[in-house]
Write a new protein. Structure first.
Length: 201
């Protein structure tokens, strides 16, 4: 299936609705459960979190996906950077919503709260990410650090287009249907390499 990482990239938007807030939205041409999986499974997160180009990787990607469970991602950049983020899950409601804290390791006392909400829109999925920071100063620092550029690369790249016929074919038997579905899903995950929370270099 031919896919385009720029599909629906024009739907990516960033806003600052309050002094301590940043919101990001993006429409994906994929079902909610795949977008949710891309955000919560290590094998997929390693392909997009902080991946600005081929010189970046995620050597540490630990997830305990339950309320009260911990997560930790450590990136690796081409110049030796090792951004280290961690937090705790506060709310998990697949495939609709996940709420978690986020902490940048050098500043353990600065805790932000991220709420990701996924809604269906005519067979597509709109992701709304709301980030709440402890102060306007912290929000402004994050905003000018390159986060928006990284997110634009990530969310602007997006999930691959997954047409209904690839997920629901029934004319080739169960095995062929499952093979087609799995192939489409894998193609979609490959296209999510730029990430929802792209990190600055």
């Amino acid at each position: 299936m031919p896919v385009s990482p720029a599909a629906n990239s024009h739907t990516f938007q960033v806003a600052t609705p309050g002094d301590c807030e940043i919101t990001m939205t993006r429409l994906f041409d994929a079902p909610r459960h795949l977008v949710f999986e891309a955000m919560t499974k290590p094998e997929h997160i390693r392909r997009w979190w902080g991946i600005l180009d081929d010189g970046y990787s995620v050597p540490v990607c630990d997830i305990d996906l339950r309320v009260g469970g911990k997560w930790r991602f450590v990136g690796q950049g081409p110049k030796g950077q090792s951004p280290d983020f961690y937090g705790e899950y506060r709310e998990i409601a697949p495939p609709d919503r996940v709420v978690y804290t986020e902490i940048f390791a050098p500043f353990p006392d600065v805790v932000s709260v991220v709420t990701a909400t996924l809604t269906e829109e005519n067979g597509k999925t709109r992701l709304h990410v709301h980030c709440e920071y402890p102060s306007k100063e912290v929000r402004d620092t994050v905003q000018t650090s390159g986060m928006e550029r990284g997110a634009a690369i990530g969310i602007g790249g997006g999930l691959a287009q997954m047409r209904g016929q690839f997920l629901g074919q029934t004319d080739r038997g169960g095995a062929a249907q499952n093979s087609c579905r799995d192939g489409a899903a894998e193609a979609g995950m490959r296209q999510f390499q730029r990430g929802v929370h792209g990190r600055p270099p």
